[in-house]
Ligand binder design. Sequence first.
Ligand code: CP
Ligand code: NVA
Length: 319
Amino acid sequence: MAGVRNIAHNVASIEGRHLPPDPPRHFLDIDQFEAPALEAMLDTGLAYKNGRRDRPLVGRTLALIFEKPSTRTRVSFEVAMRQLGGDTIYLNTADSQLARGETVADTARVLSRYVDAIMIRTNQPLKLDELARHATVPVINGLTDTSHPCQIMADVMTLQEKKGPVAGKVVAWSGDGNNVSASWVHAAVRFGFVLRLACPEELSPPPRLFDWARREGGRVELTTDPVQAVSEADCVVTDTWISMGVEASVNRHNMLAPYRVDEYLMAQAKPDAIFMHCLPAKRGEEVTAGVIDGPQSVVWDEAENRLHAQKGILTWCLG
Ligand code: CP
Ligand code: NVA
């Protein structure tokens, strides 16, 4: 069968068509990679940021499936594909047959006949897995309720640009133990930095994440004390208290209020610590305007790095 496939590949490439690598190179979560592969993706992304101008994805198309809203993820993937020579097709699930009950598996099989890669932002991680199981082209995780790996690749790139090699650096998270914090845990283990998470007990990331980090020899700590978490940190991070799909409540607000990143909390970190936030942000809730718009904030560079980091991911996925 492998021989048959190779012949099909050769014919396809003679005809100028592109067949996916076998098996497809999915980018589903940071924990699924070894450090050198992740570092290579970031190096490629940085090379494009620093002036590399080749267009290796000419003739390739990326489908972008969004089940939830997006500004950064959609635009950065669209621009990254165009700058690499490729093209994109945007699919809002509400306007597609997914909304009328067509299965994710069938959608994966059909899209794989048209496009060269699929990015999906979905509420359920199971849908991402189903898409990846049935697609014959690479699938990229553009956020689920449990992780946001493309964001954290951009965040690690930003940390590295601002602070040098990330191994041994101290990153502190203060706030909701959400999807973004879970990808930070994956990254801390794979890139070898210390991660201290301060979350209310009820809103801590799932224990299986910490078990995994321990098994992998990572340095990931959980506390309910934000001051303890940020003490001597090189980087302080937070995220919205109300992720997409989460219901706002007074109780939730009250639980998270002590974790707001304000000027006092920032002052407990190293004097030259940076502040990061994946955005969108709600000033006055998880972060004060003084911090996010202040001199330690690097959120705009962080947002820009989505574009560059994703070029590294796209070129890896599309071989
Ligand atoms: N940070 C991030 O993923 O932003 P969007 O929701 O705008 O894509
Ligand atoms: N935790 C946020 C991240 C948005 C990019 C959410 O899931 O809504």
